[in-house]
Structures are given as structure tokens and as C-alpha cells.
Design a protein around this ligand. Structure first.
Ligand code: BGC
Length: 345
């Protein structure tokens, strides 16, 4: 078994190397001693985390001797394709993409490959294309931990839950849901979990999550025990709706990202948990691998993910559940937020 796994990883690494060699041969100039440039095409900077991603990724790539050109598309596919086109025209040596729409960005990967440029999908998968590398957190695990938190909190007591998923266009949103489904399935089957309302928050917008919460209360009444929300931004919209209904703090709300506002809500008791994804691990790993791609050096990827077209070499990083009990030993200890910021007087 171990041998077979080793072989799979070896052959993935090999095919990645071969693919890249061919690609460079097809278009771009031969590797020279020049300082490599990495194009970083981001969907959005709306959520606080993406600003950290941008800054930490850029800083690490610079330390490693590369420059980074950053574009952010403001949740617009047409604009993101134009951003990628512009980066390609700037003759970047590697592209790192956080896709707004994981399927739509297959076209960007094709354009990059036509120009001989390798592509790393960052945090969100790009589907239906010959993607070179994927670096992200273990997104299935994120969904599992969110749902497991509710199962553990209610200790076998029956509970009524509203489920609010993220943007349908984001492959991660599907993976968070899949992880949640996996944990919930037996409890829905035995009747101890009742899903009273569910919907997708377009573009992960807090105002959409707020509307879904209002619709859920109109439909199911105030007798709701929990809202299973996929990230902190949308949890903010949910909690705003609950505040207006006088229900904040009485209904368990989940989240993800350990945004400062969410950590403050956890400290105050209006949000129960978040998932902490240590961005340092993601940004450092992605920057190191992107610089290697840009320099045509070998890349070792220990995981693999099927994007519907190919088995993409991947690196999937660990995530942690954060509640009031471990805010101190996780986000504060890691220096993500200061104690004074999380627990304002
Ligand atoms: C990311 C989350 C983020 C969400 C909205 C997801 O793909 O994994 O961390 O909150 O997008 O930007």
C-alpha cells in the first residue's frame, strides 16, 4: 500500500516536472539568472484574511528572491480573466490564482499554459483544466469540524439548524458543505438534526447571509437552535439579523477564518466558534512552491486532488477549531490578533 502510494506521488511529481518542462519549451524564454516574477491574481480582498494572504505571500516570495505582481478582481470573472491576461503580458514566470469562479478560471490556466507559464491554484481549486499545483487548507476537514462542533455542543439532544453555505462558484464552498454533510448524515437520518432552512450566500456576501437568516426566521419561527455558517464574513450577517430579532447569543453560530471581528464576537458570546487556518503556513508554502515553479525547480506535493480533468498534485494544510476556551492558545499565541484587540474593554 505504502509502496503504491509512494509510486502515485512519485509519478505525480514526475508528470508535474515533465509538464512544466514541455510548457517552458513551448513558449516562454529559457531560464536565465533574472529575478523571477510571480503574478498573483486574487478574487477579492473583501474578507480580512485575503489582505494577510497578499501581504505575507508577497513578503515571503521577496525574501526568496522573487517579485510579485498582485491583481484583485472584486468578485468579477471578466475582470479576473483580464487581470490574468495583463500578468501574462507582463511576462510573469509563474501564476498564482485565487479564482472567483473555479470553473471559469480554467480558461486562465489555458491562456497561461499557451504562454508557457505554470499555474498554482491558491486556497481555491480551479476545475476542468490541466492545473499544475494546488496549495490550500484541508477544506473537507473545515466542514467536518464546523458540523462536529454542533454535534458535540448538543450532546445527542435534538436540534433545529439553519444551514448557510458560501458562494456556489467557489469550489471550497462545495467542499465545506460536503464535510458538513458527511458528519450530519447519520444524525439527520436518526432525526436528531433537523435542517429547517438552507441556502447559498452568493459571493459570500454578509448581506445575503442576513437575508437568508431573515427568511429562515419567517419560515421556521424563532425556535432555531443553531446556524451552521461557512465563514466569519457571512456569520457577521447572520448575527446582525439575530441582533435585530433579539436572538443574538441564544443561537449557536459557526464560522471560519478567525477574522478579528469574529474573534471579538466569540469573546462576547454572539458567535460560538470559528475555524483557524494559520495563514502563515499557507502563504509560506505557496510562496516557496511558486518560486520553485518560476525557477523550473522540482516541486514535491504530498497530496493529490481530482479537479474533474486531472489529478492535481496538492499540499493540504491543517486547520483548528477555535472557541472562547482556546482563543488565547491559538490566534493570540500565534500573533494573529492581540489580546487587547480580541477582548476590548
Ligand atoms: C475561503 C475562506 C473565505 C471565503 C470567502 C473561501 O474560499 O477558503 O477562507 O472566507 O472563500 O472569501
Amino acid at each position: 500500500m505504502k509502496y503504491r502510494l509512494g509510486l502515485v506521488v512519485f509519478s505525480l511529481v514526475l508528470s508535474l516536472l515533465i509538464g512544466l518542462t514541455l510548457r517552458r519549451g513551448a513558449g516562454a524564454a529559457a531560464a536565465g539568472p533574472h529575478r523571477p516574477v510571480i503574478g498573483f491574481s486574487m478574487d477579492t480582498l473583501k474578507e480580512e484574511r485575503w489582505q494577510h494572504d497578499r501581504d505575507m505571500f508577497t513578503a515571503r516570495a521577496q525574501e526568496l528572491g522573487a517579485d510579485v505582481l498582485v491583481q484583485s478582481a472584486n468578485s468579477d470573472d471578466v475582470r479576473q480573466l483580464k487581470d490574468v491576461e495583463a500578468l501574462i503580458s507582463n511576462r510573469v514566470d509563474a501564476l498564482v490564482i485565487v479564482p472567483h469562479d473555479g470553473a471559469a478560471m480554467a480558461k486562465a490556466v489555458q491562456m497561461a499554459h499557451d504562454a508557457g507559464i505554470p499555474v498554482l491554484a491558491y486556497d481555491r481549486l480551479i476545475t476542468g483544466c490541466d492545473l499544475d499545483l494546488y496549495v490550500a487548507f484541508d477544506n473537507l476537514r473545515v466542514g467536518e469540524l464546523q458540523a462536529q462542533y454542533l454535534i458535540d455542543t448538543f450532546h445527542g439532544r435534538k436540534f433545529r439548524v439553519v444551514r448557510i453555505y458560501g458562494a456556489k462558484t467557489d469550489h471550497n464552498a462545495l467542499m465545506f458543505k460536503e464535510g458538513q454533510d458527511k458528519v450530519f448524515a447519520p444524525f439527520i437520518a436518526n432525526g436528531s438534526v433537523e435542517v429547517v432552512h438552507e441556502d447559498w450566500a452568493d459571493d459570500w456576501r454578509p448581506e445575503n447571509a442576513k437575508k437568508i437568516t431573515n427568511a429562515a426566521i419567517t419560515k421556521a419561527g424563532k425556535n432555531i437552535d443553531a446556524v451552521l455558517v461557512s465563514n466569519d464574513g457571512t456569520a457577521g450577517g447572520v448575527i446582525q439579523a439575530l441582533l435585530e430579532e433579539g436572538l443574538a447569543g441564544q443561537i449557536i453560530v459557526t464560522g471560519q477564518d478567525a477574522d478579528l471581528a469574529a474573534c471579538q464576537r466569540i469573546a462576547r458570546g454572539t458567535q460560538a466558534m470559528t475555524i483557524y487556518k494559520p495563514l502563515k503556513n499557507l502563504t509560506l508554502t505557496a510562496a516557496e512552491l511558486a518560486v520553485k515553479l518560476a525557477r523550473h525547480q522540482p516541486v514535491i506535493a504530498r497530496d493529490v486532488i481530482d479537479n474533474g480533468q486531472v489529478k492535481v498534485p496538492a499540499v493540504l494544510l491543517t486547520v483548528v477549531t477555535v472557541t472562547k476556551d482556546n482563543l488565547e492558545s491559538t490566534v493570540i499565541a500565534d500573533g494573529l490578533h492581540s489580546r487587547a484587540a480580541v477582548f476590548p474593554r
